[in-house]
Design a protein around this ligand. Structure first.
Ligand SMILES: *Cc1c(COP(=O)(O)O)cnc(C)c1O
Length: 398
């Protein structure tokens, strides 16, 4: 608690000062490349039946929205006099973004990562090391993200005088969900102003994928008072909700406590493990978390936002749709939001008039090419087997 209280006091102090935000916005502009574009995707619009505007977070330095948050927390760390950054990472994307700002701010950086993930994500481990960070494999528990987060919390309470713990989403204990939302809200503030200037008025709906929920919260938050604007968060249904192999925390989880916040979580139903945190599954590593930010749970229960889910296969089909219509290769996480477009388009259409929708394009797809290529090769092999099967039958008949 003392560590969290110190952080909350510092956040209240610095986030109330213009000098802090000047420093944040200066780096977002000169280093990250903000503001990111709001792009009217005309061919995708025709394909899904809504006027679709893409908020291009994929064009940021490092290729996703995570850097917005890391810049803001690193500046706070320096203002608090902290001399060391720590972070936890699952797939490595938040670890890479943290290692990036650590290099920029000349701060030593240690990243906790489940030993299993260290093996699966060799490229991101190499990226972090190249950027000067130390990667610490965690062998306890299931040796994945949840265990890495436990280990990072342990490090933090031991070294709190020198150390700043940089959390990557709107999850974890207060004040993180609030702080990360405020730092990602640059997405929604820009989108609101760009939409007014380029199109006029307000959009009918916003769509974003939800892992921990930071890119969605950042887009939604500045529109919360605009009740005509509907919010759609899209979770990962993995191999299908019914299989149990998914990450649809809000869609299929229950209320519980994980890593210091009360929110929806995925838990086991079997008597032996009743209430224990379950494993999340998704083709996209960034959505593969058994919890979700508490504010999304609040928005769900208020009815302010609706939460949908899309499967691995639907996400892969959406990657292809966006690629073929707009020439943009998005991340697998982002593809879940694209896959929800036809349903949202139908919900916001008014007779002949198409609805106007902003989709948060949270990241680019380069990091996922190996996964995508493997799945496409498997699909081609499946098709080949299907087409050769009847031919064999015919031969045997003749
Ligand atoms: C990490 C990541 C996500 C999921 O994180 P949120 O906190 O839910 O935004 C989504 N998209 C991309 C590209 C990511 O890297």
């Amino acid at each position: 608690m003392p560590a969290l209280e110190e952080l909350e006091a510092a956040w209240r102090q610095h986030s109330a000062s213009e000098a802090y935000w000047d420093e944040v916005y200066h780096l977002l502009e000169t280093y990250v490349g903000r503001p990111s574009r709001l792009y009217h995707a005309r061919r995708l619009s025709d394909a899904v039946g809504a006027e679709v505007y893409l908020k291009r977070e994929d064009l940021n330095h490092t290729g996703a929205h995570k850097i917005n948050n890391c810049i803001g927390q690193a500046i706070l760390a320096r203002r608090m006099g902290k001399t060391r950054l720590i972070a936890e990472t699952g797939a490595g994307q938040h670890g890479v973004a943290t290692a990036t700002v650590a290099a920029l701010f000349e701060l030593p950086c240690e990243v906790y990562m489940g030993a299993q993930d260290v093996e699966r994500q060799a490229l991101n481990v190499e990226r972090m090391r190249l950027l000067g960070a130390t990667v610490r494999p965690v062998h306890g528990g299931t040796a994945t993200l949840k265990d890495a987060m436990n280990e990072a919390l342990r490090d933090w309470v031991t070294n709190v005088d020198s150390t700043f713990y940089l959390i990557g989403s709107v999850a974890g204990p207060h004040p993180y969900p609030w702080m990360v939302r405020e730092l990602q809200a640059v997405i929604g503030h820009e989108a609101r102003q760009q939409f007014r200037e380029q199109v006029g008025g307000l959009p009918d709906a916003l769509i974003a994928c939800v892992g921990g929920g930071s890119n969605a919260a950042g887009l939604f938050a500045p529109f919360v008072e605009d009740l005509s604007v509907r919010f759609y968060g899209v979770e990962a249904a993995g191999q299908g909700i019914a299989t149990g192999r998914h990450a649809a925390t809000l869609g299929a989880g229950r209320v519980g406590v994980l890593h210091g916040s009360k929110s929806y979580v995925l838990t086991h139903d079997s008597e032996a493990q009743l209430g224990q945190i379950a494993h999340a599954h998704s083709i996209s590593a960034g959505l593969d978390y058994p919890g979700v930010g508490p504010e999304h749970s609040h928005w769900k229960e208020q009815g302010r936002a609706q939460y949908l889910s899309r499967t691995d296969d639907q996400a892969l089909a959406a990657i292809e749709l966006l690629a073929r219509t707009e020439g943009i290769l998005c991340a697998l996480e982002t593809a879940h939001a694209i896959a929800a477009l036809p349903e949202v388009a139908a919900a916001v259409r008014q007779g002949e008039r198409r609805g106007r929708v902003i989709v948060n394009l949270s990241g680019r797809g380069d990091k996922d090419m190996v996964t995508i290529a493997r799945r496409r090769a498997e699909a081609r092999q499946g098709e080949a087997e299907l087409t050769t099967a009847p031919a064999t039958d015919e031969r045997s008949r003749s």
